[in-house]
Design a protein around this ligand. Structure first.
Ligand SMILES: Cc1ncc(COP(=O)(O)O)c(C=O)c1O
Length: 422
């Protein structure tokens, strides 16, 4: 499609967009009396308007039923979490029994490593990408130390080539093959938070499994954004947060995937609690743990219902629209944003460098050579909500649920004014 950098053209794209009405499903913050242009759905998704009703329902049940709400609320609390598994399984390409929702992301990755990072004297290394999200780096280092290894020795970081901004799949694959017998776990962020690259999760999972390692994915930036086929790829486990593209609210609960190959096992190493034991016998308060035959066996505590309510509201939207439609719009709107950036670049003779490779999701990371933080401040003051990463990268994520093509055009105009002004 040939794009044009005009308001009329952007409006025409909006008129043709089957998801255009979903913008009205979300609350937008206001700057200067207008809805913002929101590029930070990769950090915290906007609040769906229907979320309040889901939360109010729990508040009312708590007010009116108190403890009886566990069993007699319209959506009883004792198995409330089970309502999320079906919707989430479609988002991540899994079977519902492979899904659970609990805790938060870093906590879950640690818990999953209890089960899936079982180092031995010979096979103890963890392979990850260089400069993984800091929480993942801290997690891997502390896990290595916890098991008595030196992180400098136990962690293999796959590097980007000199002068390149993204990882090559062949380099990841080679690193796994070269160190195959020593690798206990491959654990990578499926979509890199900094450059927006989507790793070839299928190929990497396959090679990781072929050398006898466990393979897990941190899907914080991938879930609700790109096509995932966790079950078919044969990943051992994955975890994600729900506050980015899943629009479930700040710091909210994390989802986990555990491949069915690992389910229903009594003897798998795992930290356990009462919400992982079979619900039929849970309240008999028996001393013996009898694991649920789904990923719920990894649940420790009774779930935080007030956190799950917004997640359920958000999943209803995903159910209505489906990942395929979201991905179609995402590809088009990201391409349009890329086009607008190039057009503005020509007009102002600036030098933007998009460091996000072709294998991408919603996010474009843009080096603003020659521009400083003042430009970022100008954007924010003028209603463009984006974020800044050192040294001078802005990350732009035009979330398909609620961003419009007109937003992209308007952003281009504000960006141009900001550059000319500075
Ligand atoms: C890739 C990635 N991993 C891990 C985390 C940490 O998430 P949490 O604070 O929910 O543990 C984040 C948070 O943004 C992230 O982007």
């Amino acid at each position: 499609m040939t794009f044009q950098n005009t308001l009329e053209f952007a409006r025409q794209l909006d008129a043709e967009d089957p998801l255009a009405s979903y913008r009205n499903e979300f609350h937008f913050p206001q700057v200067n009396g207008k809805d913002v242009i929101y590029f930070t759905g990769n950090s915290l998704g906007l609040q769906p308007k229907r979320t309040k009703q889901f939360v109010d329902e729990v508040m009312d049940d708590w007010k009116n039923l108190a403890v009886e709400g566990h069993f007699y609320a319209d959506k009883p609390w004792w198995d409330y979490h089970e309502r999320l598994a079906d919707g989430l399984s479609k988002v991540v390409g899994a079977k519902p029994e492979e899904i659970s929702v609990m805790n938060t992301l870093t906590v879950n990755l640690h818990l999953l490593m209890v089960s899936f990072y079982r180092p031995t004297e010979k096979r103890y290394k963890i392979l990850c990408e260089e400069k993984a999200f800091p929480s993942d780096q801290y997690m891997l280092q502390s896990q290595a130390r916890f098991h008595g290894f030196n992180p400098d020795d136990a962690i293999i970081e796959v590097k980007k080539r000199k002068g390149e901004h993204s990882w090559r799949t062949e380099d990841v694959v080679n690193a796994i093959q070269e160190n195959g017998e020593e690798i206990a776990l491959v654990l990578i962020g499926g979509l890199n938070y900094y450059n927006g690259q989507v790793f070839d999760m299928k190929a990497i999972t396959e090679v990781g499994k072929s050398v006898g390692a466990m393979v897990g994915w941190d899907l914080a930036h991938a879930v609700g954004n790109v096509k995932l086929e966790l079950h078919d790829w044969g990943a051992d486990f994955a975890a994600w947060c729900s506050y980015k593209y899943m629009n479930s609210g700040p710091g909210n609960a994390s989802g986990i995937f555990i491949h069915e190959n690992h389910l229903g096992k009594q003897d798998i190493p795992r930290f356990e609690g009462w919400w992982g034991t079979k619900k039929e016998t849970r309240f008999l308060m028996l001393p013996q743990f009898d694991p649920i035959e789904t990923a719920d066996a990894w649940q420790l505590s009774n779930p935080p219902i007030l956190s799950l309510a917004p997640y359920l509201a958000s999943l209803e939207l995903f159910e209505e629209v489906g990942m395929d439609q979201l991905i179609q719009k995402r590809e088009k709107i990201v391409s349009y944003l890329e086009f607008v950036l190039h057009e503005i670049d020509k007009e102002v003779e600036s030098t933007f460098e998009i460091i996000t490779p072709e294998d991408r999701g919603c996010q474009l990371s843009v080096f603003l050579h020659g521009e400083g933080r003042e430009l970022f401040d100008y954007l924010m003051k003028n209603g463009v909500i984006t974020d800044w990463r050192e040294p001078n990268v802005i990350r732009l994520a035009p979330t398909p649920f609620y961003c419009s093509f007109e937003d992209m055009y308007r952003f281009g105009q504000i960006l141009k004014q900001g550059i000319l002004k500075n």
